[in-house]
Write a protein that binds this ligand. Structure first.
Ligand code: PMP
Ligand code: GLN
Length: 389
């Protein structure tokens, strides 16, 4: 057996969701909306099934979806891409990320990443023989550590992974930060894997893709997810846009991973991406309202809530609870378990978003809440914490 996988723990999202079920807790851990996505999209998907769209889709995706991804790229980011040679449809952003890593990494290649980070990046990079070079962002502002980032780059760097809007911090990288990163990517002649699954969930300044910055067009693999943009996480439809030579290698990886993605869902996602801009602005506005409801409630309940500019996650500092009192000295994992068991509200301990093999221990005072839930659910969660504390 592959001992790396034998040793890999089950993902924290599954563990905490299971614990939530056991305790009948409100699950603000794993990030998935508790309402269905647009019903007109669901209808298109259902009609496509009945319309006999049930055989393999083309390797790189249905032409209508590749066209819709290209149109959205131009409409939202001003990036013109060819639907024929620069778009690959994948089974979720998770597969897109794996395919992008497969496309780029040869044993010994170094990959620069920023901690805290999404949990699938490191195991896949390591499995391919890549060497992660981690740069840590610090709470509460998650400012770009420019010097450390520059020091992480070298002649051995193959790529940087940039997740903006960022899970779990809620950080949205601004133009100046992106230009700093672009300059490193250019100077060290590397690529950038841009995880932009929350591209339509930025609450203040709009999300800017690294791919739109000077000289980045040919170096970025930009990844999106219909799961996030349409609150249809179970569909697992993702997309990669990249220059033809990169997209071609990504499609080779995709060919061996899954070959093709459900055609009815692809047709429905094409329909969704062609929605007018009001759909996307409403999505962000509604999510921002949920963010405010949860953040305000958590502050009132005694947490120190960190700023959040995008994604559907907000981080909270548990220190006010763990210095004295019944939770004295508790770390994020113990606190998250207790909150599920006693308050019946589930969160994710933020230490799960740090390299388990890292030299520097992760912070143990932060937990992540997902706010992509109905307002009454968020209010009930806060009320439960108020009663418990
Ligand atoms: N990247 C990040 C940062 C995410 O939060 C997620 C969803 N949890 C993914 C990738 C995976 O997206 P998908 O569900 O489309 O595979
Ligand atoms: N992306 C989701 C999150 O961060 C979880 C996805 C998963 O469960 N794999 O909560």
């Amino acid at each position: 057996l592959n001992q790396n996988l034998v040793a890999l723990p089950t993902t924290i999202f599954t563990l905490m969701s299971e614990l939530a079920r056991q305790h009948d807790a409100i699950n603000l851990g794993q990030g998935f909306p508790d309402t269905e996505g647009p019903q007109d999209m669901v209808r298109v998907a259902a009609d496509a099934l009945l319309d006999n769209r049930n055989q393999y889709a083309p390797l790189t995706g249905l032409p209508e979806l590749r066209q819709a991804v290209a149109d959205a790229s131009l409409r939202f980011q001003g990036i013109e891409v060819s639907p024929d040679s620069e778009v690959v449809i994948t089974s979720g952003a998770t597969e897109a990320l794996a395919a992008a890593f497969l496309a780029l990494i040869e044993p010994g290649d170094e990959i620069v990443l920023m901690e805290p980070l999404y949990d699938t990046y490191l195991p896949v990079i390591r499995q391919l023989g890549g060497i992660p070079r981690l740069v840590r962002l610090e709470a509460p502002d998650w400012a770009l550590p420019r010097k450390a980032l520059e020091e992480a780059f070298s002649a051995r760097t193959k790529a940087i992974v940039l997740n903006s809007p960022m899970n779990p911090t809620g950080k949205v990288f601004n133009a100046e930060e992106l230009d700093f990163i672009a300059d490193l990517v250019r100077r060290y002649d590397t690529y950038a894997i841009c995880d932009e699954v929350y591209e339509h969930l930025a609450f203040g300044a709009p999300h800017i893709s690294l791919m739109s910055r000077a000289d980045m067009r040919g170096r970025c693999l930009r990844i999106g997810s219909a799961g996030k943009s349409f609150s249809l996480t179970g569909w697992k439809v993702g997309y990669v846009t990249a220059a033809p030579e990169l997209a071609s290698v990504v499609s080779k990886a995709h060919q061996n991973l899954v070959f093709s993605t459900a055609p009815n869902l692809q047709r429905a996602v094409a329909f969704g991406l062609n929605k007018d801009s009001a759909y996307f602005t409403d999505l962000a506005r509604d999510m921002d309202k949920k963010r405010l409801i949860l953040s305000t409630g958590l502050e009132r309940a005694g947490f120190r809530v960190l700023p959040c500019q995008g994604s559907y996650f907000v981080m909270a500092d548990i220190t006010p609870f763990t210095q004295g009192g019944p939770q004295n000295g508790m770390d994020d994992v113990a606190f998250s378990r207790l909150l599920t068991q006693q308050a019946r509200v589930t969160t994710i301990p933020a230490s799960a978003f740090y390299d388990p093999n890292g030299q520097t221990p992760p912070p143990r005072n932060l937990i992540r809440f997902a706010f992509c839930k109905r307002e009454e659910v968020l209010l009930e969660a806060v009320a439960r914490i108020e009663i418990w504390k």
